[in-house]
Design a protein around this ligand. Structure first.
Ligand code: AMP
Length: 204
């Protein structure tokens, strides 16, 4: 299956992407994770994108799209993938459609995780990662950057859901609840066995 997981920062995309991709046996491809790995590895790409990540702004499309194209050309993504954090703008969505089209592929489903903004701010301010055994806050999870990332989402990424709705690919899933409840809803929206709830996209 070729799937896109959409949703604002703090909706639980990363967590759900890992679980769902594991269940489906496809790679979870997170553009945010790839960028962060390059920043901490101080690669050329990392040096180019660091300021965008630190400010909570989108990395320019030409960098992001080229990186995703390369990643999707790897052997493990041939039979399917789950994209987490991409596309994040209408031009990215159009370029993804064109790149897949060139390979004779298309997306099967797009799932949007829906969480109201107050809850996102609460989750992001409390979010910590473990790095070298220590609990640290992501630089872009600091309160002022969180607000900015949410406005970037509202302005540039939220329209991507409408784009996929127009293509008949979108399922909106309520992402409030326990992790396994949300997983069940996503699997149901994908029409996958074990989805628990009805095989219809969950209404929000
Ligand atoms: P995430 O881990 O998905 O929240 O992404 C962290 C940061 O990486 C974002 O705030 C952006 O700076 C950058 N980023 C991730 N995915 C994209 C994308 N598809 N387009 C542009 N920038 C991205």
């Amino acid at each position: 299956m070729r799937i896109v997981l959409l949703g604002p920062p703090g909706a639980g995309k990363g967590t759900q992407a890992q679980i769902i991709a594991g269940t489906l046996g496809v790679p979870a491809i997170s553009t945010g994770d790839i960028f962060r790995a390059n920043v901490s590895g101080q690669t050329e790409l990392g040096k180019k994108v660091k300021t965008f990540l630190d400010a909570g702004n989108l990395v320019p499309d030409e960098i992001t799209v080229a990186m995703v194209k390369d990643r999707l050309a790897e052997a493990d993504a041939e039979g399917g993938f789950l994209l987490d954090g991409f596309p994040r703008s209408i031009p990215q969505a159009e370029q993804l459609r064109d790149s897949l089209g060139e390979l004779g592929h298309k997306l099967d489903r797009v799932v949007e995780l829906v969480v109201e903004e107050d809850e996102l701010v609460r989750r992001l301010s409390g979010r910590r990662m473990i790095v070298d055994g220590k609990e640290v806050q992501r630089d872009d999870d600091k309160p002022e950057t969180v607000r900015h990332r949410l406005s970037v989402y509202r302005e540039q990424t939220a329209p991507v859901a409408g784009f996929y709705e127009g293509e008949g690919l979108l399922a909106r899933v309520d992402a409030i609840g326990e992790i396994d409840e949300v997983t069940s809803r996503v699997l149901a929206a994908l029409g996958v066995e074990g989805g628990g709830e009805a095989g219809q996209p969950a209404a929000v």
